[in-house]
Design a protein around this ligand. Structure first.
Ligand SMILES: Cc1cc2nc3c(=O)[nH]c(=O)nc-3n(C[C@H](O)[C@H](O)[C@H](O)COP(=O)(O)OP(=O)(O)OC[C@H]3O[C@@H](n4cnc5c(N)ncnc54)[C@H](O)[C@@H]3O)c2cc1C
Length: 477
């Protein structure tokens, strides 16, 4: 590195706003590429509602980076790719690991202190403590906004003004998302209400789960009895019609859901056409690959364990696996699929990138991963060596694709935001072709595990290729 510093010192710096998980990783990647960085962090000059320290990369809640299993877990795979890419967040997490079974949990203070020390000690990084109150000035030709779910209000307002009122959300109102291959299509059927084709549809765009009267009543009772999470005091209660949690709708009367998102009108059960369902739960395709479906109108504040239990009462979803569960909480994020190009650059203002949770990924690890990518794209641009996005077969690429391109825009609900934040999960990866097994055919859990292993092996190999790592050396290890 010493050899590149003198040349780099003459280069204009890249400005990174926000010293959280994403901003710290972005700054590190830029500096490691030999480009100077100014990292702007407003704490301790100004705090947020959740941060408690002035350390960089502070973990505001849990101390877990979730599963570290790179073979059969998508976030474990993302860890592995980040380690291959020299991630500061992963290096500091590994150095401050605490026992947590197959998960990677960290000592939060030791972790944040390690990130802060490494950033402070880097000769190409300058830290400026203070709030950035508007979009980067014109002379910051390359900049990254990584100010997270609690972006300070004046910057949030400036982003909203520049991108449009519909392009910035302040709350997640999330309905659960289900892996398509865990839905029982012997019970459910494809049909759009009244077989409407609509713009870009086929008349068979929704998956429908039928309920009889007894099933509906038991379901409503379960919603009423289920344990709910509370809003934090500073979050307020952001209910507005059109986005009420299903349990709140159920509280308004037993028939409310049957006249709302669970109405059976315009639908005929393909497996049992003579019997009219009493209520219907609809799922709509959520990603371009068709591997994920969201439960329409099912935003909820039920606790996660309760959601899995109660939603598996729905006929056809008895064995559903959830790519994400529902929620409603404070979160600032932009409508990335519309606003950003495939290198996280604001189409309206080339040179300005976004990273971290504000782009619509979710979680510490995903935010840091998107910071890593934004940092690499920005550094490559500064060095005049444009960098292609990672292949979508990698965890990096699958997550980036969800944010910038892979999401379906809802034509039938104009005005509704359809892009929702999401953790990395196997539903975001293109399907893998499995080699035909010799001897016994794999079934059930064994088959699922084998598929996951095939996806992760492909991902790590493609990630090494993208990073330009020596594949022959790796194979010889
Ligand atoms: C209450 C709460 C609980 C959460 N719990 C979890 C959890 O348990 N597990 C999990 O994986 N994720 C959790 N998250 C999400 C988690 O916070 C994010 O995934 C992650 O921190 C996002 O990283 P980031 O770098 O995008 O944002 P952050 O880590 O929040 O970093 C953003 C940084 O930008 C700074 N900043 C903001 N505005 C400005 C400005 N105008 N100028 C300069 N600096 C600015 C902030 O001070 C902050 O340091 C939680 C979020 C919240 C709000």
């Amino acid at each position: 590195m010493a050899g590149i510093i003198p040349a780099a010192m003459k280069t204009e710096p890249i400005h990174v706003i926000g010293g959280g998980l994403a901003g710290s990783e972005a700054a590190w990647q830029i500096a490691e590429a030999g480009v100077p960085v100014v990292l702007h962090e407003m704490r301790p000059v100004r705090g947020t509602e959740a941060h408690k320290t002035d350390g960089l990369a502070e973990l505001v809640c849990s101390n877990s980076f979730r599963s570290d299993d790179a073979e059969t877990n998508a976030v474990g795979l993302l860890h592995a790719e980040m380690r291959l890419a020299g991630s500061l967040i992963m290096r500091s997490g590994d150095a401050h690991q605490v026992p947590a079974g197959s998960a990677l949990a960290v000592d939060r203070d030791g972790f944040s202190a390690a990130v802060t020390e490494r950033i402070e000690a880097h000769p190409l990084i300058t830290i400026e403590r203070g709030e950035v109150t508007g979009l980067p000035p014109a002379d910051w030709d390359l900049a990254i906004i990584a100010t997270g779910p609690l972006t300070a209000p004046s910057l949030a307002e400036a982003i909203r003004e520049a991108t449009g009122a519909d392009a910035l959300a302040f709350f997640d109102a999330i309905a659960p998302i289900v892996h398509f291959d865990t839905i029982d299509m012997d019970t459910c059927w494809f049909q759009s209400r009244y077989d409407k084709v609509g713009p870009g549809g086929t008349g068979k765009d929704y998956i429908n789960c039928p309920m009889d009267k007894a099933q509906y009543e038991a379901f409503i009772q379960a919603l009423l009895d289920g344990q709910k999470t509370e809003f934090k005091e500073w979050e307020g209660t952001p209910y507005f019609d059109g986005c009420l949690p299903i349990e709140v709708m159920a509280e308004r009367g037993p028939e409310t859901l049957r006249h709302g998102p669970m109405k059976p009108m315009g639908l005929t059960n393909a497996h049992n056409p003579t019997v009219k369902p009493y209520a219907v739960v609809q799922l709509r395709q959520d990603n371009a690959l068709g591997t994920l479906y969201n439960m329409v109108g099912f935003q909820t504040k039920l606790r996660h364990g309760e959601q899995s239990r109660i939603f598996r009462m729905i006929p056809g979803l008895e064995n559903a696996e959830f790519a994400r569960l529902g929620g409603l909480h404070r979160n600032t994020y932009i409508n990335s699929p519309t606003l950003l190009d495939c290198t996280l650059q604001l189409k309206l203002r080339p040179g300005l990138r976004f990273a971290g949770q504000i782009t619509g990924c979710e979680g510490y690890v995903e935010s840091a991963a998107i910071g890593l990518l934004a940092g690499r794209f920005a550094a490559a641009e500064r060095l005049g060596r444009p960098l292609a996005p990672p292949p979508e077969t990698t965890a990096f690429g699958a997550l980036l694709n969800h944010i910038t391109g892979g999401h379906i825009v809802s034509d039938d609900e104009p005005g509704k935001r359809s892009f929702q934040p999401m953790n990395v999960n196997f539903g975001l990866f293109p399907p893998v072709t499995m080699p035909k097994p010799e001897g016994k055919r794999l079934r059930g859990k064994e088959k699922t595990q084998a598929k996951k292993k095939a996806v992760t092996a492909r991902a790590l190999s493609d990630c090494r290729g993208w990073l330009g790592l020596d594949m022959t050396a790796e194979a010889a290890e």
